[in-house]
Design a protein around this ligand. Structure first.
Ligand code: ZN
Length: 460
């Protein structure tokens, strides 16, 4: 059995792993590389395998760094299906359409800029367009959790809940008498929405993500208390409260936490706006897939309530509705994307609120280096938004505990029922992987960290 990591090898994005076994070629995920020009170059490189030669593509979940190159696979000749759970298919649909849209918009902008510099001919075409995304979406085939998917020649795959986002799964592949697990992204046991993954039993090898292998998340209770305090303080300050949020999982989690706080009388029932058409669509899918979530969340729904709908929540879908919020200077909570404040409607809200002393920004997600979000968290006194200098007078609060990813203890729990499994570390920063590898080797594990595009024998 041979494994070639064609993404997320000693890095976090671009998840994609090729397995060659029993004469079959199976790809697990095909995500986009993200972050800067280096990522763009990696996305444009031809695949090291012939997409037409693949027998199947298994998709663990709908995040862009796991599905973003699926349209390219189709463009390059893959004729088969993308197997995924219902939740993954529904989230991937939203993510791929949005990505196609952005690709096309970015391309148009690059063209306009290059044209003014007299270099329009140097602009590369967009990676894929809306039609490519739609073709990829049409290739999805639904697989239920726990069902055995027969891939031929005795190779089977099964999807088990990973607790990361709606529909997320880890894959258990059985072939040639071996059981190999692909973790995909694993969830945080402190999630308020998702159930924790049940560890696989007696695996021979586990290809495992290591995003947060070096840290421990705070408990859900601590995070809830902190969130309640921050929101109360922000509301007392008298201005608006902006919560930049990722559309998938984080927006739903924050809505649910606000729903709880209002219900418990811990914060007043103030207007809350979900100003993100994408998050609104994802929230709809979360409602449709609610049985997959924690029983206390599902119970709200079965008792006629809606855990993602605090009493005075409004979804602002049109640009006009969104712009109308700019005239409100106090007393509302706005959730908007993008999560790292690199684009999207949150920029307009920041422009209209950051310079006001009474306003607050509550950061509930990871902020990568080089993003506007990171600059604010790091204490920037002024920032540039839409070419304008904006003074930062608002208070910036960071809630560290919300995370959709497994921490060190979650990862250790995940491998605990497979004591003999060889570990193949992926989807992490090199230093974090190396530290985890050293720890696991001292526990007597065999550990390998695949290099990008370098094939290795899984049991060699
Ligand atoms: Zn993910």
């Amino acid at each position: 059995m041979r494994l070639t990591s064609v993404g997320a090898a000693r890095m976090v994005t671009g998840s994609s792993h090729l397995v060659e076994v029993a004469g079959k070629r199976i790809l697990v995920d095909c995500g986009l590389f993200q972050g800067g020009s280096e990522a763009d170059e990696l996305n444009r490189r031809p695949f090291v395998f012939d997409p037409a030669s693949l027998d199947a593509v298994l998709v663990t979940h709908g995040h862009l760094d796991h599905v973003g190159r699926l349209p390219l696979l189709v463009k390059m000749g893959y004729e088969g299906r993308f197997y995924a759970t219902a939740g993954t298919r529904d989230i991937a649909k939203i993510i791929l359409r949005d990505a196609a849209h952005l690709q096309v918009e970015d391309h148009k902008r690059d063209l306009r800029r290059a044209a003014r510099a007299g270099r329009a001919s140097e602009v590369l075409p967009s990676l894929f367009d809306v039609a490519d995304a739609e073709e990829a979406i049409s290739r999805f085939t639904f697989v239920g959790f726990g069902e055995a998917l027969e891939l031929g020649r005795g190779v089977t795959a099964r999807y088990e809940p990973a607790g990361h986002i709606l529909g997320s799964a880890y894959v258990v592949m059985e072939a040639e008498g071996k059981r190999v697990v692909f973790s995909g992204d694993l969830g945080n046991r402190q999630s308020s929405l998702h159930l924790t993954a049940v560890p696989p039993v007696d695996a021979d090898a586990i290809v495992i993500e290591t995003t947060y292998a070096d840290r421990s998340h705070r408990s859900l209770e601590e995070t809830r208390t902190e969130f309640a305090e921050v929101i109360s303080r922000a509301l007392q300050a008298g201005g608006n409260v902006l919560i930049p949020t990722f559309a998938v999982e984080r927006a739903q989690q924050v809505l649910y936490e606000i729903y709880r706080l209002v219900g418990e009388g811990r914060i007043p029932d103030l207007p809350v706006y979900l100003d993100s058409p994408m998050a609104t669509r994802v929230t709809r899918e979360y409602r449709a897939g609610i049985e997959e979530l924690k029983p206390e969340v599902a119970r709200v729904f079965s008792e006629g309530g809606d855990p993602f709908d605090p009493p005075s929540l409004a979804f602002t879908l049109s640009t006009k509705e969104s712009m109308a919020l700019n005239d409100i200077h106090a007393g509302m909570i706005v959730l908007a994307g993008s999560g790292m404040m690199t684009g999207g409607r949150i920029l307009h809200h920041l422009k209209h609120n950051l310079w006001r002393e009474a306003a607050s920004v509550v950061v509930v997600g990871y902020q990568a280096r080089g993003t506007l979000g990171r600059a604010l968290v790091d204490g920037a006194k002024e920032v540039r938004i839409f070419g304008e200098t904006i003074a930062v007078k608002a208070s910036i609060h960071t809630i560290g505990g919300f995370s959709a990813h497994a921490d060190h203890d979650d990862l250790v729990a995940f491998i605990s029922k497979s004591p003999r499994a060889r570990l193949l570390l992926v989807h992490g920063e090199p230093e974090v992987m190396d530290e985890f590898a050293v720890q696991q080797r001292t526990e007597g594990r065999q550990v390998v960290t695949p290099e990008l595009n370098v094939p290795l024998e899984m049991f060699g």
